[in-house]
Design a protein around this ligand. Structure first.
Ligand code: SF4
Ligand code: SF4
Length: 337
């Protein structure tokens, strides 16, 4: 890994150049306080001071709905894979990069998911530092800093970005306009250290995750699940906006006139009533408290048992989005009490 600095006002030139060589995806402001990832359409539309997009970057590797393959009456199988250009996503914060790392693990378990990896392998990342707001939980989840997954990471200082170059792709991007990058000065390194310390002190939202997996297991029958399940609308929004929730359902649709069947998948949510419904009518999580509890158990225990880490990155999307005002910190505190 090497470090360089880039003067902040040259970022438009850098992104313009990256966009000429790759398909560049950037964060844009959508509403008053909402942001979304979009193809680059000029630097004036790029948001550099934002915290979270509504829909996380998982949309680029696992689209909300996608065709997997088509089968015709003559049994020809056509994999519905469109050829996509190599993409660079700019503006990913540490929590979302951790989220992609978790998805990579999930979509490699028991064999690689072709449809996820065909996009993921053709995507590079330019990370961007951020300052926490009242929803950010990344410090508690140990995802407030990252040293892998990205190709370039830009730490915002007063006049410059401290640029961490991690991969050959990151180096290739620097070489597109080498005149913009130089060795960091001692003053810039000192400022970088101060900024890290300052940021650490800005977190106001802390979730105690000490022995959380044990506590959730011990409190499997707690009344807390019942209480929150009365408040929860089971709308599934928390799951849809979560950068690491990756469940989907698979469907077959047949057109009787053309004799073509399409197999497709779309995002699904464990909060939905029919998620665990199986043929014959049995529902493994038919009761509301069971569905509410499952999400917490899977996030904090299920995935960790397989891959060694919990799947919450502390991005804060679920708490910000929930129409019932349900906050993960509050739920965990109730379990601890
Ligand atoms: S967003 Fe809130 S109300 Fe909707 S399913 Fe999640 S916890 Fe329940
Ligand atoms: S559970 Fe909530 S805070 Fe954690 S990663 Fe998902 S959306 Fe973000």
């Amino acid at each position: 890994m090497i470090y360089r600095t880039m003067i902040k006002k040259t970022l438009p030139r850098f992104l313009d150049t990256v966009n000429k060589n790759y398909r560049l995806i950037v964060p844009e402001q959508k509403g008053k306080e909402t942001y979304t990832f979009k193809p680059y359409s000029g630097f004036s539309n790029v948001a550099t001071e934002f915290l979270r997009t509504i829909i996380p970057p998982k949309q680029f590797f696992l689209p909300p709905k996608e065709d997997l393959f088509h089968v015709s009456g003559t049994s020809d199988i056509e994999v519905g894979a469109e050829e996509e250009p190599f993409s660079i996503i700019f503006g990913l914060h540490s929590c979302d990069l951790h989220g992609i790392d978790i998805l990579d693990k999930a979509f490699s378990y028991g064999g690689k998911d072709t449809f996820y990896w065909r996009r993921r392998e053709k995507t590079g990342f330019i990370g961007l530092s951020c300052l926490p707001d009242k929803y950010c939980l990344c410090k508690s989840m140990h995802t407030d800093f990252i040293v892998d997954i990205y190709d370039l990471f830009l730490y915002t200082l007063d006049e410059v970005y401290m640029v961490s170059v991690r991969t050959a792709l990151g180096d290739d991007m620097l070489r597109l306009c080498p005149e913009l990058f130089r060795e960091p000065t001692g003053k810039e390194i000192a400022e970088y250290k101060d900024r890290i310390e300052e940021r650490e002190s800005m977190f106001t939202r802390i979730m105690d995750i000490t022995n959380l997996a044990d506590l959730l297991t011990l409190e499997y029958k707690s009344d807390v699940w019942e209480q929150y399940s009365h408040r929860c609308l089971f709308c599934g929004s928390c799951v849809m906006v979560c950068p690491t929730c990756q469940c989907f359902d698979v469907y077959d649709s047949t057109d009787l006139l053309t004799d073509i069947t399409v197999r497709w998948r779309r995002w699904d949510a464990c909060m939905r009533k029919d998620y665990a419904l199986v043929t014959g009518g049995h529902n493994f999580r038919g009761a509301r408290p069971e569905r509410f509890r499952f999400r917490y158990l899977h996030k904090e225990i299920g995935f960790a048992e397989m891959h060694g880490k919990a799947t919450c990155t502390g991005c804060g999307r679920c708490s910000e989005t929930c129409p019932a005002g349900i906050d993960m910190v509050e739920v965990v505190r109730s379990i601890r009490e």
